[in-house]
Design a protein around this ligand. Structure first.
Ligand SMILES: Cc1cc2nc3c(=O)[nH]c(=O)nc-3n(C[C@H](O)[C@H](O)[C@H](O)COP(=O)(O)OP(=O)(O)OC[C@H]3O[C@@H](n4cnc5c(N)ncnc54)[C@H](O)[C@@H]3O)c2cc1C
Length: 447
């Protein structure tokens, strides 16, 4: 098929956000009789799920300290639940298991979940927390846990399976996904900021509306849109900071323990919830008993037949390279620079053993292949979802985004003229206005 010279809607990036936007847009155009999926192309420089969406752990949770994130996640969970089988989604629930420093934060998350009708249970106190966990896993042994938030909704999905299912769905609606095409820039009409064409290495495509879902490549599209590399930011105390980098990169570390995933079944032989532990208990090596850390640490894990083992991760680390010099390509496990480290593997498996006796001494089973990937973060670590240059919508998030399958739907509604309340707290203007998202005591920059 010839490379198109025009498409009314051009979506950049065949990741979760690009696909979700195309899905909703195609549906809405058809319903309204004003078009169809044939008015949409997705341009992708590599292949479907070549970016963060292809390496994500796939966890879907509501557990965020930031009220706006919780509301947005509740909307996305509705979409995951609308077709669990089709989306390869496992609604097993999710648990935030924490030491004392996080109890109040998590307690407030629980209260607000009740307020928005998101089903969860909150257990407080060391003895009760241990009893609750032993009721699920009889080998539970983590010490110093004083609260457990058990979200009954959420769980995880199998990233690449979901992505291919979404690709089939949108293609069946007439959307054209063109892989192997790199977007190089935007063409604007004289005297207008609006984008009249997308410039690619295969030629220009004229268009009326662009949606950018570029994950870790958000930095590059920000530059193509002539947006500022550094911004002025008002913090939560009202203090103004000049010259703050708009983007920074973090390495998200994940890995797989190659054991039969069914070793992690619960006491009744059922699939357990996704487990997430944040604690300040001293962590000792499961290899030689030496101290790994006495600082706050966090891990998450789940049995996963897609990865064929116990899959999960730990808190990320900040990439020190100056932001403009960070090499995003080749991405993920192919990166020569940004993959999960040997220290991560030792810490993560030791932490599994800290939590459950069944994982003691399993270090030799750690899968030694490269894994993980970098994420491109905003100054407050939460996404920017906004409209620029009159007709460019951008979903800039490579850190929370897998679970946010609903964001593309909301942005599609917005470009069809319906402003979405749920997206308001994620506009770029929040940095100048001092409307940043609140910060929790979690060891993660994004919780
Ligand atoms: C290791 C890791 C684990 C994660 N785990 C989770 C998790 O458990 N739960 C969760 O909710 N989130 C998780 N995330 C975050 C989540 O993966 C991302 O937020 C989400 O996948 C971003 O989706 P996206 O569609 O914006 O970007 P991507 O999936 O990165 O897609 C962007 C696409 O744009 C393409 N592209 C880039 N530049 C160009 C160009 N110039 N021209 C054409 N195409 C281009 C890329 O090739 C890529 O395919 C994780 C992230 C990482 C790195």
């Amino acid at each position: 098929m010839a490379f198109p010279e025009h498409s009314k809607y051009v979506i950049i990036g065949a990741g979760i956000h690009g696909m979700s936007s195309a899905w909703r847009l195609a549906e809405r155009l058809k319903e309204s009789g004003k078009g169809s999926g044939e008015d949409i192309v997705i341009l992708e420089k590599s292949g479907i799920a070549a970016g963060a969406s292809g390496v994500a752990c796939g966890v879907v949770r509501n557990n965020y300290f930031q009220p706006a994130m919780r509301k947005l996640m509740a909307h996305s969970v509705d979409i995951w639940e609308s077709d669990p089988e089709g989306l390869s989604y496992h609604p097993v629930g999710y648990m935030q298991i924490s030491s004392e420093s996080m109890r109040d934060d998590v307690g407030s998350i629980y209260e607000q979940q009740q307020a928005i009708g998101y089903e969860s249970v909150f257990i407080e106190g060391e003895q009760k927390s241990t009893e609750y966990m032993k009721g699920i896993f009889n080998d539970w042994q983590a010490q110093g846990i004083t609260s457990v938030l058990h979200e009954k909704r959420g769980g995880y999905s199998n990233q690449t399976k979901t992505m291919y299912a979404l690709a089939d769905k949108v293609e069946a609606m007439g959307v054209r996904i063109i892989t192997g095409v790199t977007v190089k820039g935007f063409v604007t009409e004289n005297g207008s900021g609006a984008v009249s064409a997308v410039e690619t290495d295969k030629g220009n495509i004229s268009c009326e509306q662009v949606i950018v879902g570029a994950g870790p490549w958000a930095r590059d599209f920000w530059d193509m849109l002539d947006m500022p590399k550094q911004i002025t930011l008002k913090d939560l105390q009202g203090k103004t900071h000049d010259g703050v980098d708009m983007w920074r990169f973090w390495q998200l570390e994940e890995g797989v323990l190659q054991v039969d995933p069914s070793v992690m079944m619960d006491n009744d032989g059922n699939m357990p919830p996704v487990i997430h532990v944040d604690t300040d208990a001293t962590l000792y090596s499961t290899v030689d008993g030496s101290k790994v850390t006495d600082e706050m640490w966090g891990i998450y894990y789940k049995p996963d037949w897609h990865f064929n083992g116990i899959q999960g991760g730990a808190s990320p680390y900040k990439v020190d390279t100056p932001v403009d010099e960070v090499a995003i390509d080749p991405y993920g496990p192919s990166s020569p620079e940004f993959v999960a480290s040997a220290e991560f593997a030792h810490m993560w498996v030791s932490a599994l053993a800290h939590c459950q006796a069944r994982f003691e001494g399993t270090m030799p089973k750690y899968h030694k292949e490269s894994s993980g990937g970098i994420g491109c973060f905003t100054p407050d670590s939460f996404p920017v979802i906004d409209h620029f240059r009159e007709n460019v919508a951008m979903i800039a998030d490579s850190n929370h985004g897998w679970k946010m399958i609903g964001v593309g739907h909301l942005i599609a509604d917005e470009i069809l003229g319906e402003k979405q309340e749920l997206l308001e707290p994620f506009r770029f203007s929040r940095f100048a206005e001092g409307k940043l998202h609140p910060v929790s005591n979690s060891p993660y920059p994004w919780s």
